[in-house]
Design a protein around this ligand. Structure first.
Ligand SMILES: NC(=O)C1=CN([C@@H]2O[C@H](COP(=O)(O)OP(=O)(O)OC[C@H]3O[C@@H](n4cnc5c(N)ncnc54)[C@H](O)[C@@H]3O)[C@@H](O)[C@H]2O)[C@@H](O)CC1
Ligand SMILES: [K+]
Length: 490
């Protein structure tokens, strides 16, 4: 499992390393060597390297990398921010061990190098860049030279993936240590970092053991054990029955996309429930999917109970009428796992507590799948602040449900604080109906008894992989049909 550690957590690990017998100087030496290795692996032909060294330990890593690369015959100039005598501790020692050319940052020649190593600021960045640092970053970005960033590109907040004050070095690659940070994965950070090399720098296991991950990268190792494969004696209802609530006749597409996706994700049976005129439209499109009127068989609540519905998807094309609201309440009361999307968020504008109360009436797992706009609508003026990771985590705790904050870096967060960030969604997924498919996959997995967090994380990953199978020209209708190829690979 790929853990993400906050920059603050990383600092604690570094301090615990010293207590466990591995000094900061050793870690810095290993970090600088890792930077030199990345530089030579990625830019084997670089003969002239400009190292920008800042006033803290990130700069210290830069001085070590400068020394190692110079020992290997590469021409190095270090351009340092601030006075060398102001350096402290390990960074001061690393700077003293560097005997080659050093100039003031303002004197750096950006036309000279084949490669720039950015060791201005790392985890210690505490405010937007200004003055000489800001000017240097502007010149680096205008230089057209490739940049290898040390730990994080200077200006980028490793916790949030945001450039503080909107200014950060644009790296061609980033060399980081021990663990990825959320800012390497969340956008725009992921784009600002380029590909990230992760190096072990000899951190003792005891120092890492106490570190609580800020999140995980959304990969199958995180949820594969919780996503079932059908048992040999399975029949359609034991595999899991999904009911999808449909809106009116002229808005049936979203519910149908969700229903087909739930089926492809492994539900044994899928029923679309809606008014007769809507079902007539569905009937022209679906075959194995069952169609029921909410009034039939004694009503929606009875369908849920008698047909042993395990999971309900409600929201895609649902409309905001009383019918959908009642259907949601009855799904919760019936103990169904519930995926809540789209129109449901418009039923509770600025009233997340109202939705939380309704969710709490049932025992089934619940996953909410808003995009940023729906998230804002649901939370109104009391929306949680911070990065997408922080907002999703806070929202999950407030709602007592899993939150899937959709976007190119979808965050899945659980009320207990676990979170997963996806980095596998191609831009082709920015297409109408893709969210309905995601809700359906999630419901299909929850119907198979996957817990809400694992089901949601798996759904997000499968959705991204299915989109990659289709590639350019993708429309949402293609996604369910691409799922078998992805499921086969698991
Ligand atoms: N033992 C350790 O702690 C290790 C740390 N490592 C490196 O150390 C880095 C963290 O070092 P530090 O905590 O010293 O932090 P940084 O080197 O990122 O920067 C800290 C310094 O910059 C100043 N500063 C912060 N924001 C500023 C701004 N906007 N403008 C001007 N000055 C600003 C701070 O006051 C401080 O002097 C990591 O990113 C990593 O590269 C590695 O050497 C591995 C071991
Ligand atoms: K840096």
């Amino acid at each position: 499992m790929i853990e993400l550690l906050s920059p603050q957590g990383m600092g604690e690990v570094d301090r615990a390393s010293a207590a466990a017998g591995v000094s900061g100087a050793t870690l810095m030496d290993n970090a600088g060597r890792a930077v030199a290795a990345s530089a030579q692996r990625r830019w084997p032909d670089a003969r002239r390297v400009l190292v920008l060294a800042g006033p803290g330990n990130n700069g210290g890593d830069g001085f070590v990398a400068a020394r190692i690369l110079a020992e290997r015959g590469i021409e190095i100039v270090v351009a340092a921010l601030g006075d060398r005598s102001a350096l402290r501790g390990d960074a001061a020692a690393a700077a003293s061990a560097w005997t080659g050319e050093t100039r003031d940052l303002a004197q750096a020649d950006y036309a000279w190098p084949d490669l720039i190593v950015d060791a201005l600021f790392g985890a210690g960045l505490s405010r937007p860049l200004d003055g000489a640092a800001a000017e240097a970053v502007g010149r680096v970005n205008a230089s057209g030279r490739p940049v290898l960033a040390v730990d994080v590109p200077s200006g980028l907040d490793g916790a949030t993936g945001e450039a503080l004050g909107g200014l950060a070095v644009q790296a061609a690659a980033t060399a980081t240590f021990v663990r990825l940070k959320p800012g390497h994965v969340l956008l725009p950070g992921r784009s600002i970092c380029g590909p990230v090399d992760l190096a072990d720098i000899g951190t003792p296991a005891a120092a890492l053991a106490a570190a609580k991950p800020a999140a995980w990268l959304n990969r199958p190792e995180l949820w594969a054990d919780a996503v079932p494969t059908p048992a040999i004696d399975a029949h359609k209802y034991t595999r899991g029955h999904v009911a999808v609530w449909s809106g009116p006749a002229l808005r049936t597409g979203a519910a149908r996309l969700a229903a087909v996706a739930a089926f492809r994700a492994g539900a044994g049976a899928v029923t679309i429930v809606g008014e007769r005129d809507a079902l007539q439209v569905h009937a022209a499109h679906v075959t194995a999917i069952m169609l029921r009127e909410p009034g039939e068989d004694g009503g929606w609540a009875d369908i849920l109970k008698e047909r042993r519905v395990a999971a309900v998807a409600i929201g895609p094309g649902a409309g905001v009428g009383d019918g959908a609201r009642l259907a949601l309440a009855q799904a919760r009361a019936a103990g169904c796992a519930t995926v809540i999307d789209a129109d449901v968020f418009s039923m509770f504008p600025g009233d997340p507590e109202g939705l939380a109360k309704l969710i709490a009436t049932g025992q089934g797992g619940a996953a909410l799948t808003p995009h940023d706009g729906e998230f804002a609508r649901l939370f109104g003026s009391a929306a949680p602040a911070g990065s997408r990771l922080e907002r999703a985590t806070a929202a999950a705790a407030r709602l007592g449900a899993v939150i899937v904050l959709k976007g190119p870096d979808t965050v899945v967060a659980a009320p207990d604080g676990r979170a997963a960030i996806a980095d596998n969604a191609p831009p082709d997924l920015a297409t109408a109906g893709a969210g309905d498919v995601l809700a359906g996959i999630c419901a299909g997995l929850m119907a198979q008894r996957a817990p809400a967090f694992e089901a949601a994380a798996a759904a997000v990953w499968l959705h991204g992989e299915a989109a990659k199978v289709v590639g350019r020209g993708l429309i949402a209708d293609d996604l369910p049909a691409a799922l078998p190829a992805v499921l086969q690979r698991l």
